[in-house]
Design a binder for this molecule. Structure first.
Ligand SMILES: [Zn+2]
Length: 283
């Protein structure tokens, strides 16, 4: 059964660790993340962007696949299925389809739309993440300029009653450029002060140095989004398999063999992140 992310995030904030949010793209991704969460005894959030939802066939397919995997693989840790960077229509559709958590970026809409999504989520017991400002880099064709959120704006959105708040602190989606200045801890401290107990979310978890991750968690970050890093691990392992000519040996072209190294690579990346974030054995 899927659960709201609310409770796991409150526990994480109080226990000074963070829950990993791992974006999924297909069955291999979902299975790899779920099995690793089970093996490390960690709560987990499966993130689905609107593009990934469409790719997998639609939100109902995603819900059916994830809930069936939880049952068939006896996944006994808390799992939230979360819409990542949702539009108004996407939020309504995923709630309808059975997601247990949504992120709504209300910046392109009137504040009434954010209030409406919060009200619907409350009624259904679904957790809601709001984004203040934009996160830099590119995700599903959405390009943000890379910015630091305004603490007073964060306070305003937090007070609407969201369960988690994503605020830019110099983090970006995708690979970090060589001249990246690092996370802005002064901004994070100011945002934390302005927003009180609302768990904070760090997007763009790929490639942030470990010491910065740990410091961010100590300052109130309770959810960290990882997407690109699993994609890079999967691609590198698959490339190695093909370049070694393994697909040409015996039945090496069988997708169950061809996709196995990438699957194991996703598992290794997820395990590394769960250990770094401190959520192992917190299920
Ligand atoms: Zn993001």
């Amino acid at each position: 059964m899927l659960v709201s992310a609310k409770e796991m995030l409150i526990k994480a904030r109080e226990g000074k660790y963070a829950i990993g949010h791992f974006n999924i793209n297909n069955l291999e991704w979902a299975k790899a993340v779920l099995l690793t969460a089970k093996e490390t005894n960690s709560p987990v959030i499966l993130g689905v962007s609107e593009g990934a939802g469409k790719y997998m066939g639609g939100y109902k397919t995603v819900v059916a696949m994830v809930t069936a995997l939880i049952e068939d693989l006896s996944i006994n840790v808390p799992v939230a299925l979360h819409l990542d960077h949702g539009s108004y229509e996407g939020a309504l559709k995923t709630i309808e389809a059975g997601f247990s958590s949504v992120m709504f970026d209300g910046s392109h809409y009137s504040i009434e739309k954010t209030k409406e999504i919060i009200r619907i989520a409350r009624e259904k017991g679904i957790s809601i993440e709001a984004e203040v400002g934009s996160i830099g880099g590119e995700e599903d064709g959405v390009i943000g300029a890379g910015e630091v959120a305004d603490p007073s704006e964060c306070k305003l959105i937090a007070e609407l009653g969201v369960d988690m708040l994503a605020a830019g602190i110099g983090n970006i989606h995708g690979k970090y450029p060589a001249n990246w200045k690092g996370l802005d801890f002064e901004a994070l401290t100011a945002i934390k002060k302005a927003t009180g107990d609302v768990p904070l979310v760090l997007h763009g978890g790929t490639g942030i140095p470990e010491d910065m991750i740990k410091r961010a968690i100590s300052l109130g970050v309770a959810k960290i989004n990882v997407n690109t890093e699993c994609q890079l691990s999967f691609a590198a392992a698959t490339r190695k398999y093909i370049e070694a000519g393994k697909d040409l040996e015996s039945k090496g072209f069988d997708p169950r063999k061809l996709l196995a190294p990438g699957f194991e690579a996703i598992k290794a990346t997820v395990k590394e992140k769960i250990e770094l974030f401190g959520s192992a054995n917190k299920a």
